[in-house]
Design a protein around this ligand. Structure first.
Ligand code: ADP
Length: 338
C-alpha cells in the first residue's frame, strides 16, 4: 500500500536528477560558447580599435588622446558584451531548465509506464497465487484438526490439494512463458501441420463437451515459430471450447492473400461484449460472462500470451464477436510463398 507513493517519488527525483544533468550540459555548452565568443569579439575589438597603421590619417588627437579613447571604447564594448552574454546565459538557464524538465519527463515516461505495468503484473500474479494456496492451507488445517478423520477424508483433501497444485502449475507455467518470451526464431511452418498439433492438445476437452471441431483444407505455409504457433492456436481452441456450450461446433479455417495467411477460429459460445473486446488481451482480464460460468479455472493470461507470441512472429491477432452468439478469433501471419 505504501509502495506507490514511494515509486512515484522515485521517478520524480529521477526526473529532477535528469533535468539537472540536461541543464548542466546545456549550460556547459552555452558558457563555452560565451567564452569563445568573448575571446573572439575582444580580439576583433582590439584589432578594430588598435594603434593606427601606417598610411592612416591622424585627425585632431595626439597619440596619447587616441590611446585613451581606444582603451575606453574597448572597455565599454567589452562590458556591454559581458552584460549581453550574462543575460543570454541567464535566458539559456531559464529556458534550458524548462526544456530539460520536459525532456527528462519524456525520457522517463515509458520507463515509468513499464515499471508500473511490472508492479501491477507482480501484484496480480501474487493475488492469483494466493487463492489456491489459501484453499490448500485451509483444507490441510481442517484435516489436521479433525482427529477422527477417516482415510477417505484425508484422501479427499489430498485430491483437492492436487487439483489446486494443478492450477498453480498452470498459472506458474503461463507466468514463466510470459516473463521469458524472447525473439522467436522463425522458419517455414505448414499451417496444416501446426493446426493438427494444436487440435490434438484440445481433443480431450472437445470430446468431454461433445463439441465438434471442424477444420477446412489449409494448403499454406507461413513464416513462424512452430511450437509458439501451436501454443497460440491451442489457447484459441481451448478458449473456444471452454466458452461454448456442449454439442456446439468450433470451426478452424484459413484464407490467404499474396503476403498473408489468416487463420480463424470460430465458436458458437457465449460471445464477448463490444466493450470487453479490447480488454480481453490485457493480462488477468476476464469478462463477467466467463466468470459466472462453471468454467472458472482461467486466469485471463492466455490471450495476452497469444498476442505476445503473435507480435513476436510479426503477425496480428484480433476478435470479432457478438454477445450470446459466438466469437471468431483471427491470427494473421506472413505467408511463405514457394
Ligand atoms: P482465460 O484463462 O480466462 O480464458 P484468456 O486470456 O484466454 O484467459 O481470455 C480472457 C477472457 O476473454 C476470458 O476470461 C473470457 O472472458 C474471454 N474469452 C476468451 N476467449 C473467448 C471465447 N472464445 N468466447 C468468449 N469469451 C472468450
Amino acid at each position: 500500500m505504501n509502495g506507490l507513493p514511494k515509486k512515484l517519488g522515485m521517478f520524480e527525483s529521477a526526473t529532477l536528477r535528469l533535468t539537472a544533468w540536461y541543464t548542466a550540459l546545456v549550460m556547459l555548452l552555452s558558457l563555452l560558447f560565451s567564452v569563445v565568443l568573448y575571446g573572439v569579439a575582444t580580439n576583433e575589438f582590439g584589432r578594430a580599435l588598435g594603434p593606427m597603421r601606417p598610411g592612416e590619417i591622424r585627425m585632431f588627437l595626439t597619440d596619447d588622446d587616441a590611446q585613451r579613447v581606444r582603451t575606453k571604447r574597448l572597455e565599454e564594448s567589452s562590458n556591454r558584451l559581458i552584460v549581453s552574454l550574462l543575460v543570454f546565459n541567464l535566458a539559456v538557464l531559464a529556458g534550458g531548465s524548462v526544456l530539460s524538465y520536459w525532456l527528462a519527463r519524456r525520457t522517463l515516461r515509458p520507463i515509468q509506464h513499464a515499471h508500473e505495468a511490472q508492479v501491477q503484473f507482480a501484484s496480480d500474479a501474487a493475488h492469483e497465487l494466493r487463492t489456491p494456496l489459501a484453499v490448500m492451507q485451509t483444507e490441510i488445517e481442517v484435516g489436521l484438526r479433525d482427529k477422527h478423520a477417516s482415510t477417505a477424508g484425508h484422501a479427499a483433501t489430498l485430491r483437492s490439494n492436487l487439483e489446486e497444485i494443478g492450477r498453480l502449475r498452470t498459472l506458474t507455467d503461463l507466468l514463466l512463458q510470459l516473463a521469458s518470451l524472447q525473439e522467436l526464431p522463425r522458419d517455414t511452418v505448414s499451417v496444416e501441420a501446426v493446426v493438427e498439433t494444436a487440435l490434438a492438445h484440445v481433443q480431450p476437452l472437445a470430446a468431454s463437451k461433445q463439441i465438434t471441431l471442424e477444420s477446412s483444407k489449409m494448403p499454406y505455409e507461413v513464416v513462424a515459430h512452430f511450437d509458439s504457433l501451436a501454443d497460440l492456436l491451442t489457447i484459441l481452441f481451448d478458449n473456444a471450447l471452454k466458452y461454448s456450450p456442449a454439442h456446439s461446433r468450433v470451426m478452424v479455417d484459413a484464407t490467404a492473400t499474396d503476403k498473408w495467411v489468416e487463420l480463424s477460429v470460430a465458436d458458437q459460445g457465449i460471445g464477448i461484449a463490444e466493450h470487453d473486446q479490447a480488454k480481453i488481451f490485457e493480462r488477468f482480464y476476464r469478462t463477467d460472462e466467463s466468470r459466472s460460468k462453471e468454467n472458472s479455472d482461467g486466469y485471463g493470461l492466455g490471450l495476452s500470451l497469444a498476442q505476445r507470441l503473435c507480435e513476436e512472429m510479426k503477425g496480428a491477432l484480433w476478435v470479432k464477436s457478438r454477445l450470446g452468439q459466438g466469437s471468431t478469433f483471427t491470427v494473421k501471419l506472413p505467408r511463405k510463398v514457394v
